[in-house]
Design a protein around this ligand. Structure first.
Ligand code: EPZ
Length: 420
C-alpha cells in the first residue's frame, strides 16, 4: 500500500491549480444514464472515484471513455444499451456514491438493483431518504440479500419533503424526477454548488428544472433527454485544503481556478483566525505569516461550514493561540483524525460531537494512518507544519478525491514523496 512521506517546516510558495469537483463529477456521470445519447463532461478530476464510476457504468453496458493526454480531464459516456441496470456490492462497497445510479436507472429503465452501501468510517450514512423519495414518485421498492430492488413503469411527479438535508439524496431524486410523468416539487433540498452544477447539466440535456441551489426545486418531467456537453465546477474542498496548507506553513500561495464564492464561510472563518487572504474572480491568495488565533466552528449544510473541511480546519487550529471548539453536526463519527493528530503532538480533547483543540502545540513528524478521505488530507497538512518526517499510511483514501496531491504540493515547494 502506498505511503506518503513528508518533511515539514517549509513555507509553501507559488501557485496551485484546482481540479474539477469530485462531488459534482460523480452525479454528472450518473446523469448520463438518463439518455441514450453521448454526454461529454470536461474538467473531470483524475481521482480514483472517477475510475470506480467508470467501472460501475461500464458494468451496466454504458460506453465510458476517459480521456488521456491533453484530453485527460474529459470523459464521454454513452448509455445507449443498458443491458444490466445493477450496481454490484463489489463496487458500491468501495464508493457509497454509487447509489447515485438508483434514481436515473429507475427513471430510464423502469428498474434497478443497487447494493446497499453498508457502514462507513465517518457514520452510519443510511440511504432511507433516497428510497422514501423514490416511493413518493411511485416506485416499488423491495430489499433482498443486501440489495435494493426498485421498479416503476414510469415514475409519477409528486411532492417530496426531505426529513433531513441530504446532498446525494437531493441529486438522486432530482435525476429521477426529470423523466417522471408530471411535476415534482422537492423541499428542504441540499443547496450545495454541486447540486446546482448537476441541474445545469440536466437542463442542457433538455430537463425542466428550476430552483436548484435553493431549498425548493421544481422539476417538470419530460419524456426523453438528449446528450450534452458540460464542464464540471472547480473543487471547493480541494481549494480549501490548499488554502489551509498555505496558512499552516506560513507560506504565500495562490490557489488558481477555484470559485471563491463557494468558499465564503471558510474564508470568513480563516480571516477570523488571523489568516490573510486576497481573492479574484477565480483565485484565492493566502499570505500566512500572521499568527493564528483560535476560532470555533460548527459544521452545517451549505452555505454553512462544510463538514468536508472540518478535519483540515482541525489541523490548522492545532497551531492557533487559544482554544478552538469544533462541533461536527453532519456525521456522527468524523473525528478519527484527532487521535492521529494527537500522535503528532496536537492537544485535542473529544467530547461526543465536539473536539476541543488547544494551541499552539508543537507538531513533530510521526507514523500515522489515514482513516478516510478528508482525515488523510488533515494528516498531510499537519505533516507540512511538523518538524521532521511524517509517514502517512493508507493514502489510497486520499487518491479517491485529490488529483496528484504530492505533485501539486511539491510544485509549491513541499518536501513530499510517495512510497509505493
Ligand atoms: C455528500 O455525501 C458528499 N459526498 C460528502 O462528501 C459530504 O460529506 C456530504 O454530502 C455532506 O456534505 C458526495 O457528494 C459524493 P448526505 P452524502 O446525504 O450525500 C444523513 C467527501 O469527503 N442521511 O448529505 O452521502 C447522513 O447519514 C464526502 O467528499 C440519512 O439519514 O451525505 C448524514 O448524517 C464524504 N438518510 C446526513 O444525512 C439518507 O438517506 C447528510 O448526509 C441520506 C443521508
Amino acid at each position: 500500500m502506498d505511503k506518503l512521506v513528508i518533511r515539514g517546516g517549509e513555507p509553501l510558495l507559488g501557485t496551485i491549480r484546482i481540479s474539477g469537483a469530485k462531488n459534482a463529477a460523480l452525479p454528472c456521470m450518473a446523469a448520463a444514464l438518463l439518455t441514450d445519447e453521448p454526454v461529454i463532461l470536461e474538467n473531470i478530476p483524475q481521482v480514483r472515484d472517477i475510475e470506480t464510476t467508470r467501472k460501475l457504468l461500464a458494468a451496466m453496458g454504458a460506453e465510458v471513455e476517459l480521456g488521456f493526454g491533453r484530453a485527460q480531464h474529459r470523459t464521454t459516456i454513452c448509455a445507449k444499451n443498458l443491458s444490466d441496470p445493477e450496481a454490484s456490492y463489489e463496487l458500491v462497497k468501495t464508493m457509497r456514491a454509487s447509489t447515485l445510479v438508483l434514481g436515473p436507472l429507475v427513471a430510464r429503465c423502469g428498474r434497478a438493483r443497487v447494493s446497499l452501501p453498508g457502514g462507513c468510517a465517518i457514520g452510519a450514512r443510511p440511504i432511507d431518504l433516497h428510497i422514501k423519495g423514490l416511493e413518493q414518485l411511485g416506485a416499488k421498492i423491495t430489499q433482498d440479500h443486501g440489495y435494493i430492488e426498485a421498479s416503476a413503469d414510469r415514475l409519477i411527479g409528486g411532492e417530496i419533503v426531505f426529513d433531513k438535508i441530504t446532498v446525494t439524496g437531493t441529486e438522486d431524486l432530482l435525476m429521477a424526477a426529470t423523466l417522471a410523468d408530471g411535476e415534482t416539487i422537492m423541499q428542504n433540498c441540499a443547496r450545495e454548488p454541486e447540486v446546482a452544477d448537476l441541474a445545469d447539466l440536466l437542463n442542457k440535456m433538455g430537463a425542466k428544472i428550476e430552483g436548484a441551489g435553493t431549498s425548493t426545486i421544481k422539476i417538470k418531467g419530460v419524456s426523453k433527454l438528449r446528450g450534452a456537453k458540460h464542464a464540471i465546477i472547480p473543487d471547493r474542498i480541494e481549494a480549501g485544503t490548499f488554502i489551509i496548507a498555505g496558512a499552516l506553513t506560513g507560506g504565500d500561495i495562490k490557489v488558481n481556478g477555484c470559485d471563491p464564492g463557494h468558499l465564503a464561510v471558510l474564508l470568513q472563518k480563516l480571516n477570523e483566525a488571523g489568516v490573510k487572504t486576497k481573492q479574484t474572480a477565480d483565485s484565492v491568495r493566502v499570505m500566512g505569516d500572521n499568527p493564528l488565533k483560535a476560532a470555533d466552528i460548527t459544521t452545517e449544510e451549505y452555505p454553512g461550514f462544510p463538514t468536508d473541511m472540518q478535519a483540515q480546519y482541525m489541523a490548522l487550529v492545532t497551531q492557533a493561540e487559544g482554544t478552538s471548539i469544533i462541533t461536527e453536526n453532519i456525521f456522527e463519527n468524523r473525528f478519527m483524525h484527532a487521535q492521529e493528530l494527537a500522535r503528532m503532538g496536537a492537544n485535542i480533547q473529544l467530547d461526543g460531537r465536539q473536539a476541543i483543540v488547544a494551541g499552539p502545540a508543537h507538531l513533530s513528524g510521526a507514523q500515522v494512518i489515514a482513516s478516510d478521505l478528508r482525515a488523510s488530507a488533515s494528516l498531510v497538512l499537519a505533516a507540512l507544519a511538523a518538524s521532521g518526517e511524517t509517514m502517512i499510511d493508507r493514502v489510497y483514501h486520499i487518491d479517491r478525491g485529490y488529483e496528484k496531491i504530492e505533485a501539486k504540493l511539491a510544485g509549491a515547494g513541499a518536501r513530499i514523496r510517495r512510497i509505493e
